[in-house]
Design a protein around this ligand. Structure first.
Ligand code: F6P
Length: 368
């Protein structure tokens, strides 16, 4: 029987448990044994009871649960070769020959490296007499498939990462709450949202809540953004609006790549010589990441988990490591490293202040 393991890595995101459930159930359906690696790469390096066989019913009730029930960790040991040697040995000891990883682009890149090194790692283990040559015989090739779990929606090659729509829904809910009190007092609120270097959450939240102004890293406002923002807010106020909502992505910058902070925006809106608005700052923080997954993320995680099992079973040594994506509403397989390269190109373009290129490379939903 083939043994398929699933793990979650990097920051948790809503839908990760639905992924684990789908992989475990599909593995059983395909007559394979299912395993979970607990605590991300840490579990792979440490082995022992952090690698557990999962019966069909072990994942009952996991579909809607927030966070990741099998844990996740930042594992420094896995970044060093001795850590990866231990991980390889633990996989062989448990008889695992296929690994499905749900995490961000960093975690998936680590997985691709592991797969590349696999034959060399096994040889080293045999040379060091940690394993017998006959132990490694059935495991000559390692199959790895990725699933992108992140609230940031910052991966090229897919329209949505698992968790981004849950975080977006949470942000909208929070902005709705804030709007009630803002409107009552005729106040302005500067709301900082997550997303690391990606503005998707901020931009989509701005559209979905009708915010007055949005700051994102990929498309900074012009050098005169202070005046532009104040003019627009004033225009909205003159139209009778009793509340002002400005959303800032945590990675927001200006055209010269200087960070735009909530305090800077607050001080502008509150400036007694200018708009003199009674202004508050709300940093939403980790409420955006926790909580149950919305229906879209449950569905995406389930369909992609099923596809991931099919992909590891069909992969050959020649197949490049892929991740499961969604493109124009279809579940697809995308070569991992090409997407990682494109994701990095966005960051490089932003750094080089080539914002049009950054927008072009990002998700289609970003284009004007
Ligand atoms: O990548 C997900 C994310 O929530 C980002 O939006 C945010 O910048 C980061 O993780 C926060 O990381 P931590 O939970 O380690 O503070």
């Amino acid at each position: 029987k083939k043994k398929i393991a699933v793990m979650t890595s990097g920051g948790d995101s809503p839908g990760m448990n639905a992924v684990v459930r789908a992989v475990v159930r599909m593995a059983h359906h395909m007559d394979c044994d299912a395993y979970c690696v607990y605590e991300g790469y840490e579990g792979l390096v440490q082995g022992g009871n952090l690698i557990r066989k999962m019966p069909w019913d072990a994942v009952r009730g996991w579909l809607s649960e927030g966070g990741t029930l099998i844990g996740t960790a930042r594992c420094l040991a896995f970044y060093e070769r001795p850590g990866r040697l231990k991980a390889a040995k633990n996989m062989i000891i448990n008889g695992i020959d296929a690994l499905i990883i749900c995490g961000g682009d960093g975690s998936l890149t680590g997985a691709d490296k592991f797969r590349d090194e696999w034959p060399g790692l096994l040889k080293e283990l045999v040379d060091a007499k940690e394993l017998d040559a006959k132990d490694i015989e059935p495991y000559k090739h390692l199959n790895i498939v990725g699933l992108v779990g992140s609230i940031d929606n910052d991966m090229s090659g897919t329209d949505a990462t698992i968790g981004c729509y849950s975080a977006l829904a949470r942000i909208c809910e929070m902005v709705d709450y804030i709007e009630a009190t803002a409107s009552s007092h005729s106040r302005a609120f500067v709301i900082e949202v997550m997303g690391r270097h990606c503005g998707w959450l901020a931009l989509m939240a701005g559209v979905a809540t009708g915010a007055d102004f949005v700051f994102i890293p990929e498309k900074p406002w012009g050098d005169n953004w202070q005046q532009e923002m104040c003019d627009l807010v004033e225009k909205h106020r003159n139209l009778g609006k009793r509340k002002t909502i400005v959303i800032i992505a945590e990675g927001a910058i200006d055209r010269n790549s200087n960070k735009i902070t909530p305090v800077m925006v607050h001080d502008l809106l509150a400036d007694k010589q200018g708009l003199a608005l009674d202004t508050r700052i709300t940093t939403l923080g980790h409420v955006q990441r926790g909580g149950t997954a919305v229906a879209y993320d449950r569905m995406l995680a389930t369909l992609q988990g099923v596809e991931a099992v099919k992909a590891v079973l069909e992969a050959t040594p020649e197949t490049p490591t892929c991740f499961i994506a969604i493109n124009e509403n279809k579940i697809t397989r995308v070569p991992l490293m090409e997407a990682v390269k494109e994701t990095k190109e966005v960051a490089t373009a932003i750094k080089a202040q080539d914002f049009n290129k950054a927008m072009g490379l990002r998700d289609t939903e970003f284009t004007d």
